[in-house]
Design a protein around this ligand. Structure first.
Ligand code: C5P
Length: 219
């Protein structure tokens, strides 16, 4: 069966990651978590005390990012999956992701990866910049209070207790930074199907999106 490419963009904590993993498994497609790459670069630069405005090509050339067979992100051979998922890195990443030099570096890596078809890629600028020819483009949104509650539950499972209001403020400020940056801001592609995740469960979201893809594939 002919393979297509699927681009999933949207706001923070709309379940893009979970849906992408689910779809990749169901369809036997490769997944690409572009946010993990921005997080990995942020983690490494922060550790070296390099602030976003000071990043140079030399700094970036020394950062080698790749995904392992286990789906984890590796930075210079180190599995950083846990390091990049902290709230500190979540907050900091948009500050680095707004820098042209960093976006250019990650875009080059991403475009190299998605040359073939059979990818489900998720992020903020996938449809607009990485895979403008993706056959299916989705844009996920949702009420910030509900998204914050879901994120709170996820954190609770990891043993992290966080105030829902603090999470909501963080999510909104992250979205604001991503939507208002000068380079490649988060904007819905004109061909993208917008999906409001507010009233639906994770399972319903997964099934609904899978059904859109299967319809396209003629299944
Ligand atoms: O999706 P995730 O929450 O892991 O993304 C972390 C951050 O990385 C986003 O808030 C955004 O600043 C940045 N990002 C981006 N472009 C992408 C993916 C992520 O700017 N394609």
């Amino acid at each position: 069966m002919k393979k297509i490419n699927i681009a999933i963009d949207g706001l923070s904590a709309t379940g893009k990651g979970e849906t992408t993993k689910y779809l990749a498994k169901q369809l036997n497609y490769k997944l690409l978590d572009s946010g993990a790459m921005y997080r990995g670069v942020t983690w490494d630069l922060k550790r070296k005390n390099i602030i976003p405005e000071d990043v140079t090509e030399i700094d970036l050339a020394s950062i080698h990012i790749e995904f392992g067979e286990n789906g984890h992100l590796y930075v210079n051979g180190k599995d950083v999956e846990h390091n990049i998922r902290t709230e500190v890195i979540s907050k900091l990443t948009p500050q680095y992701a707004k820098e042209k030099i960093i976006r250019y570096y990650i875009n080059k890596e991403l475009k190299e990866l998605v040359k073939e078809r059979g990818y489900i890629a998720e992020g903020r600028d996938i449809a607009n910049n990485i895979m403008p020819d993706a056959e299916i483009k989705l844009f996920l949104v949702g009420d910030s209070e509900i998204r914050a509650k879901r994120r709170q539950e996820q954190l609770k499972k990891k043993g992290i207790l966080e105030n829902v209001e603090t999470i909501r403020i963080d999510l909104e400020s992250r979205d604001h930074a991503d939507m208002n940056r000068d380079v490649a801001p988060l904007v819905k592609h004109r061909e993208a199907i917008e999906i409001d995740t507010t009233q639906i469960s994770m399972d319903e979201q997964n099934e609904f999106i899978l059904s859109i893809i299967q319809k396209y594939l003629g299944k």
